[in-house]
Design a protein around this ligand. Structure first.
Ligand code: SF4
Ligand code: SF4
Length: 263
């Protein structure tokens, strides 16, 4: 821990950053902390409880615009950072990344390209619980699955906390707010809630880090992260892992792409 505090203090004192996004102790678990000067680095914590995805703040222009920013990044935040770089949202000119390895060591990255290199060999933390739940849902008949998701999504009251928690949901105007044409009904009904989640998950194809922050943010405990977890498995099996040289699944065209789905 002292390593992180000393490192971030150095970054402030050398003028390399003037904002650091990390964690401090909260009442039940670590919570985000925006450090604005060297003195405040004393509050920082960074350990395996800090598995949330702070990359969500890196596209918040109100927070980071014009600043030199540092960030503490879990494995999943590193994946999101890598994806945001490939979408031209982040730059070495203003961002310094400090990661945490699986064995608890600080990872210092000299550039965003080094984050990408690291991810090529780093292993994702296991997601045993999600894997088991997805297998249970896969074992259902189509009718049972429809009933399961109807029951779950009937509870959704469209607070959009799942969207707010996701680093990849950074459009200034989301499809759910567009009303000419009205793509998705703004009120909460089971079917329009399904439309919202199907749209959300499709927009994540090949971009999602599988961090699970969307599911964690849902105040009603709807397991929407299982949708993105399954989607990430499908994308990885068919197109390779996110962040490799195969590009984004829904925005990359190659002449040799299969077209048999058209028939
Ligand atoms: S869709 Fe959910 S799991 Fe995927 S990056 Fe966004 S918050 Fe994380
Ligand atoms: S966070 Fe939960 S309740 Fe809110 S919009 Fe998302 S699924 Fe619905």
């Amino acid at each position: 821990m002292n390593d992180l505090k000393a490192k971030v203090k150095d970054l402030f004192e050398s003028g390399a950053i003037n904002l650091f996004i990390g964690y401090e102790e909260g009442t039940r678990r670590p919570r985000p902390l925006f450090v604005k000067n060297a003195e405040e680095t004393n509050k920082l914590v960074f350990d395996d409880r800090c598995s949330g995805n702070l990359a969500v703040y890196l596209t918040r222009k109100d927070l980071i615009g014009g600043k030199k920013v540092g960030i503490a990044a879990s494995y999943y935040a590193l994946k999101s950072i890598n994806q945001l770089v490939s979408e031209n949202q982040l730059s070495d000119e203003w961002l310094r990344v400090i990661g945490l390895s699986a064995d608890g060591k600080l990872l210092e990255f000299g550039s965003l390209a080094e984050v990408s290199e690291y991810l090529k060999t780093a292993s994702a933390p296991p997601k045993q619980n999600e894997d088991e739940l997805v297998r249970q849902i896969e074992a259902m008949t189509m009718e049972e699955r429809w009933q399961f998701w109807s029951d779950e999504l009937s509870k959704c009251f469209k607070c959009y906390a799942c969207r707010a928690a996701c680093p990849m949901c950074y459009c200034t105007k989301c499809i759910v707010e567009v009303n000419r044409p009205q793509w998705i009904q703004p009120w909460a009904t089971t079917l329009s809630n399904m439309e919202w989640q199907i749209n959300r998950v499709m927009h994540m194809a090949g971009r999602c880090s599988d961090c699970g922050s969307c599911g964690e943010a849902c105040p009603l405990g709807i397991p929407i992260h299982l949708l993105t977890h399954k989607m990430s498995e499908t994308v990885a099996a068919n197109f390779g892992q996110n962040g490799d040289d195969k590009g984004n699944v829904l925005s990359t065209f190659k002449p040799e792409d299969k077209e048999n789905f058209i028939l």
